[in-house]
Design a binder for this molecule. Structure first.
Ligand SMILES: NC(=O)c1ccc[n+]([C@@H]2O[C@H](COP(=O)([O-])OP(=O)(O)OC[C@H]3O[C@@H](n4cnc5c(N)ncnc54)[C@H](OP(=O)(O)O)[C@@H]3O)[C@@H](O)[C@H]2O)c1
Length: 318
């Protein structure tokens, strides 16, 4: 089968389209004919081996997993003997990050827990844009953010992969959403349901008089003290982008202020994938795909993501 392979940490120049052996599913795995994938910032971190701590799981000097790609959608081709939830021919989608990635390939293996039946209303490309980004948004808003109907929610980084889903999920919970993104993405944020859009090049949300019940933050470009200023008394702040300050000082700041400062590490869960598929089928969330690429164009797609030129998601059709 064809797959995108890399053997050294570095840039997208290290990614090569090669012929490799098709993976064999173990007893607790299924084999998927991958019809679409999508790129995530996680692929960029695995490709470059940065920040350095990622290498403790992905290989200290050389990448342990040679095919990137967490998000996939496709059709089940064969199943291991312990598989009970899926059968051959099922159309599924899921997140392979827990099993060593491998989505930028014609076939991939996955465990049941990381898969769900694909939403019926979406194409394979749209579906492949959902797993990692939508589940991160959901877990940030619901689990750490304790989102409630009627909340004033602010999404910083609202036009990105995670942020675009966060706006839609927060609206599905019946909240009022303020989206922070660049002016070029204002229309997209409104289409996704934002009640108000703040162009970060014109206004700094931490300097405004308004206060929020919940702030979900991808860019993490403000200090915790600046964030605290615009959180209500029982407000919750969830950083899903990397924040050393939130990691080291979040608990202390929460204890001192009575507000909640959290850092999210999302994890693929079947129940959450099912919930996202239901929301998609109900028309409450729809991925925005800026552009689609073919398997051999994965390096171009990743370059676009690395250069910060993506609104919504990029799909790979295989
Ligand atoms: N914790 C977890 O489990 C987890 C899971 C997934 C992702 N992540 C991390 O979360 C971060 C975001 O991921 P993503 O997939 O959403 O990335 P993405 O698709 O690249 O989106 C980033 C967005 O941030 C916006 N942005 C850039 N500068 C900004 C600023 N100064 N103020 C407000 N928004 C700004 C950009 O919007 P404009 O184009 O409009 O400027 C862009 O759309 C990454 O660091 C990723 O590694 C963490």
């Amino acid at each position: 089968m064809k797959a995108i392979i890399y053997q050294e940490y570095g840039s997208t120049e290290n990614l090569k389209l090669q012929e490799i052996n098709q993976p064999e599913p173990k007893a607790d795995e299924v084999l998927i004919k991958v019809l679409a994938a999508s790129v995530n910032q996680a692929d960029r971190h695995l490709l470059s081996g940065t920040p350095f701590p990622v290498r403790f799981t992905t290989g200290l000097f050389r990448p342990k997993f040679q095919t990137l790609g967490a998000d996939v959608s496709g059709v089940i081709k064969s199943i291991g003997k312990n598989i009970s939830q899926f059968k051959v021919g099922d159309e599924v989608y899921g997140d392979l990050s827990g099993i060593g990635f491998g989505g930028f390939a014609e076939y991939a293996v996955a465990k049941e827990e990381a898969l769900a039946i694909k939403p019926k209303n979406l194409s394979f490309g749209e579906t492949a844009a959902m797993p990692m980004a939508s589940v991160t948004a959901l877990q940030g808003l619901r689990d750490l953010g304790e989102i409630q109907k009627g909340d004033e929610v602010l999404i910083n980084g609202a036009s990105g992969g995670v942020g675009g889903f966060a706006v839609q999920i927060a609206k599905a919970y019946g909240t009022r959403v303020t989206a922070v993104c660049s002016g070029r993405n204002e229309d997209l944020a409104k289409i996704q349901g934002a009640d108000e859009v703040i162009d970060y090049s014109l206004r700094d949300f931490t300097k405004e008089d308004r206060k929020f019940d919940l702030i979900l933050d991808g860019p993490v470009n403000h200090s915790l003290s600046e964030i605290e200023r615009v959180l209500k008394g029982n407000g919750r702040y969830v950083a899903f982008g990397f924040s050393m300050e939130a990691l080291l000082l979040g608990s202390w700041k929460s204890f001192r202020t009575g507000k909640k400062f959290e850092t999210l590490l999302a994890k693929a869960k079947q129940a959450d994938l099912k919930l996202m598929a239901n929301l998609a089928d109900e028309g409450k969330i729809k991925p925005y795909i800026q552009q689609s690429f073919t398997l051999d164009e994965v390096p171009q797609a990743l370059d676009l993501l690395i250069n910060g030129k993506v609104s919504g998601k990029l799909a790979i059709t295989i």
